[in-house]
Design a protein around this ligand. Structure first.
Ligand code: ADP
Ligand code: X2W
Length: 312
């Protein structure tokens, strides 16, 4: 009896997923996974198993990883100070070495090793490889009433060469991208991983940009995990920022989301890796678990619109 019920559940789940598989087969998804997720072998495996399913059903996945907490940890072990301003790391020479070791070394390799075990044919790459990301060093930023902020070796993106990734995707490989980048003279630059993922998603004209993080999604009140916003549009997200509801790592994330949508990515999802199966639920069901950001709430499907109305 239980066996029959289990079989029925499996068959029903597959039937429900079938339209989404049909819709997304061959489409490009850019998935950014925050470094916190890779701090633990079990959470790493959980997210990568879900990535493996996306890959197996024919979605062309580009995985961009972070590594912020690990860079902070290594800097501390080396006796280096860490400073973030508006969610971006102030990166002096020694901090850049740390970021290089952590992002291109530790985290990228860790993800590739799990992919080997899961039989996902993944290739490690960073913004420095070929001409993937061309950036320039961010000039000192002026802040009203304060001294200029020099972020050091932090880059702002000029161009993304999507062909570097397309060649891999077209050959059935899954690029695993470290956000480290460089300028045309070969100066290595540190760039926030959400910023990199958004620029890549825009250049690849991705179907979706998915940001997996530790927060449940975008919160109306950042101290209240129950205040999750399920749907929001660009104007709403900007207002949230203007009203002071976004801080720390959510600042570059919100800027990246805004840039991705402005450049043609129609759906950006923020999901929590702490929610079981959040990636699969977001992709293969109509009821996501995190926040969906679109250009204009009016552009949502009727089912999504009624859910958005219920929420407001
Ligand atoms: N309104 C908000 N909603 C959700 N998270 C927020 C908000 N404002 C600030 N945050 C902070 O932003 C963090 C997410 O950014 P970050 O830690 O940089 O994640 P990641 O490393 O995954 O990119 C959350 O864990 C939370 O502390
Ligand atoms: C300039 C800047 O802030 N770069 C980030 C790059 C890594 C990153 O974004 O990692 P998470 O996604 O885990 O936060 C940093 O050094 O922390």
């Amino acid at each position: 009896m239980t066996l029959n019920r289990d079989r029925a559940v499996v068959v029903s789940a597959l039937k429900h997923a079938a339209p989404y598989i049909r819709l997304f087969k061959g489409k490009v998804f850019v998935l950014k996974v925050g470094g916190e997720i890779f701090a633990d072998a079990a959470t790493t495996r959980t997210i990568m198993e879900q990535v493996g399913i996306l890959y197996q059903v024919g979605i062309k996945v580009v995985l961009v990883h972070g590594g912020g907490p690990q860079s902070t940890e290594l800097a501390k072990a080396l006796g280096l100070d860490t400073k973030f301003i508006d969610g971006r790391r102030v990166t002096d020479g020694p901090s850049l070495d740390v970021a290089t070791m952590v992002l291109n070394g530790q985290i990228n390799t860790r993800v590739l090793a799990v992919c080997r075990d899961l039989e996902i044919p993944a290739v490690g790459i960073s913004g420095v490889d070929a001409g993937l990301i061309r950036a320039h060093r961010r000039p000192p930023v002026q802040k009203a009433g304060q001294a200029d902020v020099d972020y050091g070796f932090v880059g702002d993106i000029d161009t993304v060469d999507a062909d570097v990734l397309r060649k891999q995707l077209d050959n059935g490989l899954m690029p695993v991208v470290s956000p480290l980048s460089c300028d045309s003279a070969g100066t290595v630059l540190n760039i926030n991983a959400d910023t990199v993922a958004a620029a890549i998603a825009a250049e690849l004209k991705a179907e979706k940009l998915i940001l997996a993080t530790g927060a449940p999604g975008i919160l109306k009140d950042r101290n209240d995990p129950q205040s999750l916003i399920s749907y929001i549009d660009r104007a709403g997200l900007r207002k949230l920022g203007d009203d002071g509801h976004l801080a720390d790592g959510m600042l570059p994330k919100a800027a990246a989301i805004d840039a991705a949508i402005a450049n043609g990515v129609s759906r950006v999802h923020i999901i929590s890796y702490k929610m079981p199966d959040s990636l699969l639920l977001e992709v293969f069901t109509n009821e996501g678990t995190g926040t969906l950001v679109v250009d204009d709430i009016g552009a949502l499907t009727p089912a999504e619109q009624s859910a958005a109305e219920e929420q407001s």
